[in-house]
Design a protein. Sequence first.
Length: 311
Amino acid sequence: MSLAARASLRYPRRLAAPIHTLRSTLNAIGETGGKITHSNNNNRQCCQNHHRRSFATVSQKNAEYNTDNNGTAAINEKQDQESTLVEPVDKNIIQRMFQKYSMSEQTNRILLAESLFQAATSQASDPRWYGPGRIGRDFRSYQAILTMHIWFLHKRLLANNADSHNAALVQEELFDILWIDSSNRMRAHGVNEMLINKNLKKVQQYSFMHMFHYDHCYSEKLLENPVDRLEALKMTIKTHILLLPTLSHESDDESDAHTGNDESLDEEILQKHVEHDDQAERIAWYIETQFQNIIHDLPDSFFSKGSYCVG
């Protein structure tokens, strides 16, 4: 389905809690196309039993030495008794086709993706991000903040092991809405209609590169090393959010014939990085907090309504 066709199916973004109106419909539509397959109590049980992996932080590293052994043992024993892993839903080809092409299922996915995108837009539009001494108000700076919050939702959807097929379809809708919104904002900035697709490809390239760098920061090696992860996050923020020029790395001695202008330029770039180091570190801690909040701590009952809050 094309982006234009998908846009025609979308509801207005100012809907008042659209997912609440379809809560009964979401519970009623099951694998058989109309029969109720599970109740609200079962949904809550699945949400409570869903187990996610947490990651290491500096505060957690320090807290390990101050935790009382008896209290820790009691908490671990209680978690072992109450928490069980949710078995992935193994759907056959008929069920997958119904979930993908059913009009009711498509409507529910679009509404959920719209609500998630509204939540990300609300956070990215916070005026405290922008202004003198902060982030610029240009198109790319806003796109970077929006991309950061879309990445949080992307990682949360990837963590959905209960119904990975539906999560992938919601993620597809979410990115379609992102590119439609980006095209509309380019038009608002005065980009010619004939150049929208060309510029959209550039936006998609640096937006995906932005997300790839976040994925690298939370890869296996850096996931358990909070100090190195924080430095990698700061470099990613300086490159994609603060839009600072990259530092020139060390090169071979023979090919290191810098002129005076090159050396002065490198010093200016280094000075800019030093000046924005505190701002980059504060944004990096925001990312650390929201990664834990949205991917690991946010209840499924909130996320299924298409909303999340900053913790």
